[in-house]
Design a protein around this ligand. Structure first.
Ligand code: NAD
Length: 361
């Protein structure tokens, strides 16, 4: 198989971690006989420096013409970098928002998986950590409260701010279909999270999710209120497979879910549109405090590359090979600094890439 991948290395540790992900993808190509053609694309601070803006039209066109986008991370130190003296629409993050919009990336997938080797990093009760968990949050990314009409007014000296939470049934249906499709590739359970006891938008959400569920008789559906879900995530995360939810609930719950894995350097993500196209990136930022030192953990980016193989290229076996190689390296006791504990061997960013690439079978 031949695929074209637009590569956004970005800023800070971005270039270091993307280099390791490419190393692992090259090992996959060698083992399985595929060809991946990479095209480097500028976005974020490096694009501001080179082109005067965080994302050019040429960069968007390059991403659109690729089969998928693999990204590191963008941005710098928000207190000291000159990029943050610019108006908000010219800052590094504006490039990412513009790219998500231009590519219509409405579905955000964030797996939260607790490796048994890293159970000690889980801040929950020991028994919860030992039982482990493997869940995925499917968050709607382009609608709801963050994109609704908003304004602030002053009347008779009283300030009032209004944000609008609006969803139409098509927006709900397309993300629900994504959620059920992904559940089919996993343990076949969807927990749809809403606030249907209060919000009209949630009642429509629940109705449409029920309609979509009728086409997936092999997938179990349950509904859960968002406040209960926030509690259940820390009480018994193993009960979840796919959590399907709207934009703001997903924003909050996905950070909670990543926190309970205890290690930000391990968490991958994907943002998909209604084709097989997707943008794949680690959940963490550009970590300017450790950039250029070859000590960042590249595993979140490597696992994001595995998601790209699974969801954009339908290469499940190859994605499994990457995930198995990561697990094997952890079992053998190799760790980057952020996940290191007594008795383990500390390795650099590039050594971790070498170790994982060498274990692709
Ligand atoms: P961050 O995720 O970059 O860093 C938080 C902490 O985690 C730091 O101590 C960092 O050293 C550590 N860390 C993060 N990734 C790591 C890794 N792979 N290995 C080891 N340690 C790691 O968050 P921040 O410091 O709040 O943000 C820094 C910059 O990143 C900001 O400009 C922010 O806007 C940007 N950011 C970008 C994205 C993105 O590109 N999608 C996402 C979040 C933040």
């Amino acid at each position: 198989m031949e695929k074209r991948i637009a590569v956004i290395s970005g800023d800070g540790i971005g270039p270091e971690i993307v280099k390791e992900a490419r190393k692992v993808l090259d090992a996959v190509c060698k083992t399985y006989g595929h060809t991946f053609v990479y095209e480097d694309v500028l976005m974020g601070g490096c694009s501001i420096d080179a082109c005067g803006e965080p994302l050019t039209e040429e960069a968007i066109a390059a991403c659109k013409s690729a089969d998928a986008v693999l990204m590191g991370s963008i941005g710098g130190n928000t207190s000291t970098s000159p990029w943050y003296q610019l108006p908000p629409e010219k800052r590094p993050e504006a490039g990412l928002l513009k790219l998500r919009k231009s590519l219509n990336l409405f579905a955000n997938l964030r797996p939260a998986y607790l490796y048994k080797e890293l159970a000690a990093a889980c801040p929950l009760k020991e028994a919860v950590g030992e039982a482990g968990f493997d869940l995925l949050i499917m968050r709607e990314l382009t609608g709801g409260l963050y994109f609704g009409e908003r304004h602030t007014t002053v009347e008779n000296g009283i300030r009032t701010a209004v944000d609008t939470l609006s969803y139409n049934e098509e927006e709900i249906r397309r993300i629900a279909i994504r959620g059920f499709d992904v559940a089919r590739k996993r343990r076949k359970k969807v927990t749809s999270v809403d606030k249907a006891n209060v919000l009209d938008s949630s009642r429509l959400w629940r109705t449409v999710v029920n309609e979509v569920a009728a086409d997936y008789p092999d997938v179990t559906l349950e509904h859960m209120l968002v406040d209960n879900c926030a509690m259940q995530l820390v009480k018994d995360p193993a009960q979840f497979d796919v959590i399907l939810t709207e934009n703001m609930f997903g924003d909050i719950l996905s950070d909670e879910a990543s926190m309970i894995t205890g290690s930000i350097g391990m968490l991958s993500s994907a943002s998909l549109n209604d084709t097989s196209f997707g943008l794949y990136e680690p959940s963490h930022g550009s970590a300017p405090d450790i950039s250029g030192q070859n000590i960042a953990n590249p595993i979140a980016t490597i696992l994001s590359a595995a998601m790209m193989l699974r969801y954009s290229f339908d290469l499940g076996k190859e994605a499994d090979a990457i995930e198995d190689a990561v697990r094997q390296v952890l079992t053998e006791g190799f760790r980057n600094g952020d996940i290191w504990s007594e008795g383990c061997q500390k390795v650099s960013c590039s050594e971790m890439g070498d170790l994982i690439a060498a274990r692709i079978k």
